[in-house]
Design a protein around this ligand. Structure first.
Ligand code: PLP
Ligand code: COI
Length: 358
């Protein structure tokens, strides 16, 4: 792709940027620029450009507002101690976005173009990548929307792919402290043949009422079970799950109706290298409840790009609660450390996961 770049004449002032980067929070501040490329059946992908960040002007009849034909990705850029900027496995996000495109009947952006777009964009806004202190990073959000001005229900013939970015601190305000999970049995996230494996806005819209239920019960996040039998653990609203057994085995729910997290895949490889036997299989809610009560399951954690690796303190449901764990487990923290050490360039990247941007 030949990307045209128009730089902003009003970049955020250095002092204001320093204030934002000192305490970025999550998802509230946006960089100076954005990337856009458009698609239609006759021209294919065309007109890739980096322009000043700003609002989109869309007709009220634009398809995405009505039928949610939308997909997105989430990945991070990290600043290493020598000042260089790196991305973690962008080609894995590119491949996943292509899979989401197929499920949502959207055109596929070639993975090489996705990686080029993200990397050139981060290079332009590199001053927005925070330094590594406090595990900060630049969260990059590629997304694709149906822009047809049409209320008939059909796959879009006009599509826009954009990339924006937001400096990020810890997703959970308290840092990697154990979080409390609520088990919902009123709501499910995805069924067989549904969109569970795609990263599409509708999955998050449908999770919100369950998340409200979790909050009402004093919990941080919600756990979804499979839609057919309400028996097997799937994932959280925005994270995958892992169970550490006292004998060192590590189990994560098998793929199918869950999102194939890049953190999840990376942990399968990392934990294997650290000597753990890793199993991808069905795990029932009873195995979880009984395992943590008996001690057979010694640690539970959740993982994702935004949340990194987050220990689970306890699981609550209508009428019960597992024993409360107040400290992060050793295996959880060792896996977390191994992952962030690679991301921040403090350990050898023997997997070839990191891409240097600048
Ligand atoms: N599951 C869901 C539903 C998510 O939204 C995310 C976040 O991206 C994940 C799992 C973890 O995926 P990844 O590790 O690629 O960020
Ligand atoms: C991510 O971890 O990238 C996510 O998408 C989770 C959430 C912010 C939606």
């Amino acid at each position: 792709m030949e990307i045209s770049t128009t730089l902003t004449t009003e970049p955020v002032a250095d002092e204001r940027l320093a204030e934002i980067l000192a305490n970025p929070g999550f998802g509230s501040h946006f960089t100076d620029h954005m990337f856009t490329v458009r698609w239609n059946p006759s021209d294919g992908w065309h007109g890739p450009e980096i322009t000043p960040y700003g609002p989109l002007t869309l007709d009220p009849a634009t398809a995405v507002f009505h039928y949610a034909q939308e997909i997105f990705e989430g990945l991070k850029a990290y600043r290493h101690d020598d000042g260089s900027v790196w991305m973690f496995r962008p080609e894995a996000n590119a491949e996943r976005m292509a899979r989401s495109s197929r499920r949502l009947a959207l055109p596929e952006l070639p993975p090489a173009d996705f990686v080029q777009a993200v990397e050139e964009f981060v290079r332009v806004d590199q001053r927005w990548v925070p330094d590594a202190a406090g595990e900060k990073s630049l969260y990059v959000r590629p997304f694709m929307i149906a822009t047809d001005r049409f209320l008939g229900v059909r796959p879009a013939e006009h599509v826009t792919f954009l990339v924006i970015a937001s400096p990020a601190g810890a997703y959970f305000k308290r840092g990697p402290m154990p979080v409390t999970l609520w088990l919902t049995t009123d709501y499910t996230r995805a069924g067989r043949g549904g969109m569970g494996a795609a990263k599409t806005g509708g999955n998050y819209a449908s999770s919100l009422v369950a998340q409200q239920e979790a909050t009402a019960h004093g919990c941080d996040q919600v756990v979804f079970l499979d839609a057919q039998e309400l028996t097997y653990v799937e994932e959280l609203g925005g994270m995958n799950m892992y169970f550490v057994y006292a004998d060192g085995r590590i189990v994560t729910p098998e793929l199918g109706t869950i999102l194939e997290g890049i953190t999840r895949s990376s942990i399968i490889e990392l934990a294997g290298k650290m000597g753990h036997q890793v199993e991808e299989r069905k795990i029932s809610i009873d195995e979880w409840r009984d395992g943590v009560t008996s001690g057979e399951i010694s640690e539970v954690f959740a993982c994702g790009t935004a949340a990194v690796v987050t220990p689970v303190g306890s699981l609550k449901w209508d009428g019960g609660e597992t024993p409360e764990v107040s400290e992060a487990g050793q295996v959880t923290m060792a896996i977390r450390q191994a992952l962030v050490d690679i991301q921040y360039g403090r350990a050898d990247d023997t997997f070839g996961w990191m891409h240097r941007i600048c």
